[in-house]
Design a protein around this ligand. Structure first.
Ligand SMILES: [Mg+2]
Length: 110
């Protein structure tokens, strides 16, 4: 059975880093962190631009939107791995916190 995308993404990221470092880029761990953080922002911007175009009435292929969302998620996986964070655990914990806040707000809402 072929590994899923999350299992394959470290190898893809390692190959990307190897190429970048051969060109003299991303030579430190901090460089990689900065790159990944900016890449997430860049991909989010690309998604926002497509949503904007859809909003104003342009005909945008849904695949392009799906691709940008995938780019964001893949970079999130990379940055989490780089920082030693389990993204699934982080999301579980964060959703619990958000749910608790919502519960409190709902109790205070007439
Ligand atoms: Mg993209």
């Amino acid at each position: 059975m072929q590994p899923n995308w999350q299992q394959r993404s470290p190898e893809i990221h390692a190959r990307f880093l190897k190429i970048a470092r051969a060109k003299g880029h991303l030579t430190s761990e901090l460089d990689v962190l900065h790159f990944l953080a900016l890449a997430i922002c860049g991909e989010a911007g690309e998604l926002a631009n497509l949503v904007k175009k859809t909003w104003r009435g342009d005909d945008i292929d849904e695949k392009r939107i799906r691709d940008e969302i995938a780019d964001i998620r893949i970079y999130l996986e990379h940055i989490c791995r780089h920082l030693g964070i389990d993204l699934d655990d982080a999301c579980e914990q964060k959703l619990e916190e958000v749910a608790a806040r919502l519960n409190a707000k709902e109790q205070n809402t007439p």
